[in-house]
Design a protein around this ligand. Structure first.
Ligand code: A2H
Length: 261
């Protein structure tokens, strides 16, 4: 809050391999050579190097929306409606109601879990998995959250929980245990801010919401005002300067677009 512009960057994570459930559902609904993207909204584009997974709310409903010829996105209907107003759909007729959005199918987040996606800038070039996160809000952003455990305490706490209870969540443990690379150095928390704060505030699970809210504020402020980039094209630069440059790079390459909520 009050930290730089609150413009979300909508990142395009291309589907490489559907979960078995989705493989079945998309059958015959989209072209075989169509591109489909999960579109998380982030306030920290400079951390995209560290994406290790992408979260959906397991009980939230998502739509597969046709953005243009042979291109689809997975977001909440609420987000697709916002995007329509922001000029991101290129249909011949503008939707007058949410029912007129070009939705080809609808499914709960749980159906997408296990899907493999390609995350722009991520060091995990073999792809990252769609995983469940209970605390995702359907009323914010796109309902999709990309996971950066090095710098987001929420993401780190959720991944620890997923790895601990992999069977319960119906996921493979390895999906939640991708390597966490240092991205940003900070004077107070070192180069893995989120893990350091989770330890310091004795956060044991994603249910420790009070400490997580505090950790999130501390991580955000420290990263933005005192952080230095350790990776990428702006290595050595302060986060406050690198942020806009990485965001512009992502927009220019077509891997992301601005999104206002
Ligand atoms: B941030 P604000 Cl590294 N439900 O991206 C829950 N959380 C959501 C969401 C939703 N529907 N949509 C977006 N978010 C998350 C990166 C990141 C983020 C880092 C550190 C902090 C951080 C990687 N996850 O956010 O409440 C997204 O996670 C802490 C502020 O709209 C998004 O940025 O201000 C951020 O919350 C947007 O939060």
């Amino acid at each position: 809050e009050g930290v730089g512009p609150q413009e979300y960057s909508a990142i395009k994570l291309q589907v490489k391999e559907w979960s078995p459930k989705m493989e079945e559902l998309v059958q015959g609904k989209i072209e075989d050579d169509a591109k489909v993207y999960f579109v998380p909204a982030t306030l920290r584009p400079e951390t995209m190097y560290g994406q290790t997974s992408c979260f959906v709310g397991p009980k939230i409903n998502y739509g597969l929306f046709k953005l243009k010829e042979k291109e689809y996105i997975v977001v909440t209907k609420r987000a697709a409606w916002n995007m329509a107003f922001q000029g991101h759909f290129f249909g011949d007729k503008f939707p007058k109601t949410q029912d007129e959005l070009p939705q080809v199918l609808e499914a709960p987040g749980s159906a997408f879990v296990g899907t493999l996606v390609n995350a722009p800038l991520s060091f995990h070039t073999a792809g990252i998995r769609i995983l469940p996160m209970e605390s995702v809000s359907a009323a914010k952003g796109t309902g999709v959250v990309t996971s950066v455990p090095s710098d987001s305490p929420d993401d780190y706490a959720t991944l620890m929980d997923l790895a601990k209870k992999a069977e319960y969540y119906g996921i493979q443990k390895e999906w939640a245990e991708l390597e966490v690379f240092p991205l940003i150095d900070t004077p107070t928390y070192g180069n893995l801010t989120a893990p350091a704060l989770v330890k310091q505030l004795k956060i044991n699970s994603p249910k420790d919401v009070t400490q997580l809210a505090q950790a999130k504020d501390l991580a955000y402020m420290e990263g933005f005002y005192k952080g230095t980039m350790l990776v990428g094209n702006y290595k050595g630069e302060p986060v406050s300067e690198a942020k806009d440059k990485v965001r512009k790079e992502l927009y220019d390459s077509g891997d992301a677009f601005p999104f206002a909520d």
